[in-house]
Design a protein around this ligand. Structure first.
Ligand SMILES: NC(=O)c1ccc[n+]([C@@H]2O[C@H](COP(=O)([O-])OP(=O)(O)OC[C@H]3O[C@@H](n4cnc5c(N)ncnc54)[C@H](OP(=O)(O)O)[C@@H]3O)[C@@H](O)[C@H]2O)c1
Length: 359
């Protein structure tokens, strides 16, 4: 498909009022991507609302099939149902869609892209675009793959074992609200955490349940629904998407995904078996010089990746690097990355930046 991004494309963000949508708009403020116009789309609930964009006040419009006639690139971050319903209305009008939902990620016709890893999968050998619909992987998958990519390239991956620690904002704005609400509620029920020594029971607001259990002072080893095999949908996504991104359909991998009472930034504990023996000093240098990563690894000084360090910044932080105590060739490490940025909006933005550079 011969497709050329216009020099100054007309953009839309579908889901502009949400947690990821707001990050897209912030990226346009911070990064020098040329933009002829911006259309803010959301549900009928938000239509008519004003939002600031590059010094102007824009009005949010309801997302409909007619939203894309004058749009060159649309970032979709409004849930899988809306993507399934409206993505084709956009692509059929020649609009490039970068979709943040899971609706099309495992479709063999749709490239699933982490630019640091597999940007080449967006284009044919002659440089033409493979598909006007490009999928952004799951947030936990993206930050994992950025760290795995240089290791796979240099040592080869045999097995990946990962446990995630996922922030409340992984479910959007409602997740952040629920965590704050649950925290205040829990403080008003002292028996939950301090056997009744304290009482903070004043002035709590109502809030719909989001996580199935209170998240404050707790953690929940369930993200999304369980499948027949005892794994959650989130865990299945991480495995299937990692295999697709690396084109390693037989990669042995197990994920355990856990929601933790952190507002923003996911973290992951990763153990891998490699095809070739790993030299620790070499792998540190390798990761330090790889795009999208920053090494934070000085345990003696209490320096390691944490959500408080990775929130609001672009790179994925990697640390606690050590040779595997289980595999004869392998490595364990800990990472933390802002799932609203590299795990969502920033990765989508970089997909378009990569196409705009023509590389
Ligand atoms: N949060 C994350 O860390 C993360 C990471 C990666 C991918 N994602 C994906 O990104 C998408 C958005 O997530 P989020 O966290 O930003 O959620 P969110 O904060 O709940 O925002 C949802 C957005 O979708 C819009 N929306 C909902 N129903 C709609 C409808 N029927 N028609 C048009 N717009 C509609 C909402 O508009 P209103 O304000 O009008 O309701 C809002 O702008 C989801 O597909 C999610 O899986 C999220």
């Amino acid at each position: 498909m011969s497709y050329h991004l216009p020099k100054e494309p007309r953009y839309a963000v579908a889901g502009a009022t949400g947690a990821v949508g707001r990050e897209f708009l912030a990226l346009f403020e911070e990064r020098a991507l040329p933009c002829a116009s911006m259309k803010l789309l959301a549900s009928s609930r938000s239509a008519g609302k004003g939002m600031r964009f590059r010094g102007a006040e824009l009005t949010v419009e309801e997302l409909t099939e007619d939203s894309f006639a004058d749009v060159d690139v649309a970032f979709f971050s409004c849930g899988g149902d809306q993507s399934r319903r409206f993505a084709e209305a956009a692509t059929s009008r020649g609009c490039l869609v970068v979709d943040n939902s899971s609706a099309f990620r495992m479709d063999p016709q749709v490239p699933l892209i982490v630019p640091e890893v597999n940007a080449r999968d967006m284009v044919h050998e002659d440089g033409s675009l493979r598909s006007l619909l490009i999928a952004n992987p799951n947030c936990s998958t993206i930050i994992l793959c950025v760290a795995l990519a240089p290791i796979q390239e240099t040592y080869g991956l045999e097995r990946v074992l990962v446990s995630t620690y996922q922030a409340a904002s992984g479910t959007g704005e409602k997740g952040m609200r629920a965590l704050i609400h649950d925290s205040r509620e829990a403080l008003a029920q002292p028996q939950i955490h301090d056997r009744g020594l304290l009482d903070f029971s004043e002035g709590l607001d109502e809030c719909a349940p989001v996580f199935g259990h209170p998240l404050a002072f707790n953690l929940i080893p369930q993200i999304d629904v369980f499948g027949q095999d005892g794994r959650t949908r989130e865990e299945q996504k991480m495995v299937q998407e990692t295999r697709k991104i690396f084109a390693l359909p037989d990669l042995l991998m197990e994920a355990t995904c856990v929601r933790v009472p952190v507002l923003r930034s996911h973290a992951e504990s990763v153990s891998i078996e490699t095809s070739r023996a790993v030299d620790l000093a070499e792998v540190q240098c390798l990761l330090a010089s790889s795009p999208g990563l920053q090494i934070v690894d000085d345990p003696g000084e209490r320096r390691y990746p944490m959500p408080s360090l990775s929130s609001g910044i672009d790179p994925v932080l990697v640390g606690r690097l050590r040779l595997s105590g289980v595999f004869s060739r392998g490595l364990s490490f800990f990472l933390s990355g802002d799932q609203l940025l590299k795990g969502a909006a920033l990765n989508g933005f970089q997909i378009v930046e990569t196409l705009a550079r023509g590389s």
